[in-house]
Write a protein that binds this ligand. Structure first.
Ligand code: 23J
Ligand code: MN
Length: 259
């Protein structure tokens, strides 16, 4: 009887388990969240050549990059929000690695979001999902499949109107249920942040950040290819850079998915 890992390698080689990339490309065009003007903005991504097979380095190519931690497909550590500021292991370099890997519970709200860009997930949607698929597995990444990653142009992706951004997210009662009554690693979304576009006006402001990070849970944003995942049965690996004192990091999120 082959060990589970030997079997995993065989299944990967045979194409019966696929590796699905849930990350967006990271570059100068990558959109960044717009906050109200009284708050400091996150800077854009920039890249400068150190050398490129030239007099600065005849046989090697490398760059310097500069960017906000919370740029593109990224990871929110618990220290990111004031509610998580005193929790143990709350920065990027202190998170135990086993808390970065877990089963995916994919909640598909694509149709609701097509009708209402400000759609908020409610506890009743989670109950309906659990009725069909069983209880959200222990140590899950709960992924909100909204179809939003199909919006490639930055203006469509950020969807900012005269009264701010309009993108879907979680009602605070759903965040509370997931953070307190289920055993999850965190939540992942296709939008620019784990809170809805209008969440700055909610009470409390940005409730998903406040509730998740206060409960020691993580966030993943700007995911794509969630439509290639089953509702249950995939395994997600989300490993942020081990930035000392970091509040978050660009992340390559990979899913192992049965073919
Ligand atoms: C700062 C303030 C509000 C929000 C965010 C950051 C994010 O979405 C983020 O990237 O964590 S909503
Ligand atoms: Mn973030």
């Amino acid at each position: 009887m082959a060990s589970v890992l030997t079997q995993l390698v065989q299944e990967l080689r045979a194409g019966r388990i696929m590796v699905v990339d849930l990350s967006q490309p990271l570059g100068p065009e990558t959109p960044v969240i717009g906050l109200p003007p009284m708050f400091a903005p996150s800077p854009p991504f920039s890249m400068e050549v150190i050398s490129r097979y030239d007099e600065r380095g005849p046989a090697w190519y490398w760059n310097t990059i500069s960017l906000g931690e919370h740029k593109g497909t990224h990871f929110d550590a618990t220290v990111h929000w004031i509610t998580g500021k005193d929790l143990p292991d709350n920065t990027c370099e202190t998170i135990p690695a086993h808390r970065l890997v877990g089963p995916a519970a994919v909640i598909d709200v694509t149709d609701d979001v097509a009708r209402n860009h400000d759609f908020l997930l409610l506890p009743e949607h989670i109950a309906a999902w659990e009725e069909r698929h069983g209880r959200i597995p222990a140590a899950s990444w709960v992924l909100l499949r909204s179809g939003w990653s199909r919006r490639h142009a930055p203006a469509d992706f950020l969807n900012v109107g005269h009264n701010g951004p309009h993108t879907p997210g979680f009602h605070k009662t759903a965040s509370e249920l997931l953070a307190r009554e289920r055993d999850i690693l965190g939540v992942g979304v296709e939008t620019v942040g784990t809170d809805a576009g209008q969440a700055g006006t909610f009470d409390p402001p940005f409730p998903n950040h406040a509730i998740m990070h206060g409960a020691g849970k993580f966030g993943l944003t700007s995911l794509c290819n969630l439509d290639r995942l089953p509702a249950t049965g995939a395994v997600v690996i989300a490993a942020p850079l081990k930035i000392v004192g970091g509040s978050g990091s660009p992340v390559r999120v990979l899913a192992l998915v049965p073919a």
